[in-house]
Design a protein around this ligand. Sequence first.
Ligand SMILES: [Zn+2]
Length: 432
Amino acid sequence: MLSQVSIEHHVSSNENPPMHTSRSFAAAVCVTTLLLTACARDAAPPDAAAASVDPLSIHRQALTLDTHLDTPMWLSVEGWRIEDRHSVADDGSQVDLPRIEDGALDGGFWATYIPQGPLTPEGRAAALQAGLTRIGEIRTMVETHPDRFALALQAEDAARIAATGRHFVFLSMENGYPLGLEPVALLARFYDLGLRMASPVHFLNNDLATSSTDANAAGLPGLTPLGEQWVAEANRLGILIDASHASDAALDKMLELSRAPIILSHSGARAVFDHPRNLDDEHLRRVADSGGVIQVTAYSDYLIANAPNAERQAAIRDARAGASRTLEGRRAQQAKLREVDARYPANRASIDDFINHLLHVIRVAGVDHAGIGLDFDGGGGVTGLDEASDYPRITERLLAEGYSREDVEKIWGGNALRVLAQAQQLAGPAQR
Ligand SMILES: [Zn+2]
């Protein structure tokens, strides 16, 4: 049995959410803007014949990317190497080169994620150092495997690199904590290191924004004045703004202030499961109306309900305590987590639940505004979608639902790359 344990774990909603299974055949509303046409809103999947073609070959031919890979957290684990084949059952990791190739993933956004710590000079300084170290580790991974990876800096680099048989690596930042009280100067510094997508906040409110999961966020402005400066600087640099984890108020403010469309790199649909990390239909539409994209996560606690279980949580904390900086340590930890699962079983979402969220986002936001960001190695992964080799199952399911090859290509990468390209086109002259 695979571990159901989530790294991102926090309080889940207890509500039994309404499931959206009905399909609307309402007429499509077409919104034409300068750079895109969004016509599939509320439309039925158009091409039932597509289901008869070979899903794996369509998957392999599409330019595929995952917008939220937390795999960089493994790069400093002693004895774990990106080029080796691992398994989630053995050490808990979900992405490595052999599995990326099994899953025909062309590339993705590799996250520099720094957990929120104290908003003190020491805390901010440590976060900056950790962020610089992590982004350096990702760059080293690319530089030491030049035949397998290449750093992508412009949206169009993705197709160019994939055509050479290598995997493109965009650099992203989850949580603006490392930017501390200098978001403008430090965002530019990270841009120079290759950063092309960034989110302001994670589980807790910080110097920039309020978080969807911080109990103290209510009533506060979504963005602080520093957060507003962060938006302007991200726009100026052409860094794609990622609103996953942000509170609704922060998302509203980013939509209001950003000159470029924004992304939610790993989120779900609140109408399918009512969780603050997910977007309600109004926000799905507003992100789409602004030209943005919602990438759907495979993080179980955001997909389905699970009753809180204090004993399970305590057992998970125990299992995680102690050494995990080595591969052997991770294996031992994974074995303990499996015991926790056996002793305190929890609901684990399946690929069906993930697909429910994805289909809902497609129906409400439109096929031009949905994508894939599974949160592998950050707590993502559901039964049937456990590791990178499982990516083709998403394509198989979309084709079975009647989506066309063109739709699949948009969902797998075309939409996210379009939004990145727009952010880059709207950047200041020095960045173009
Ligand atoms: Zn996350």
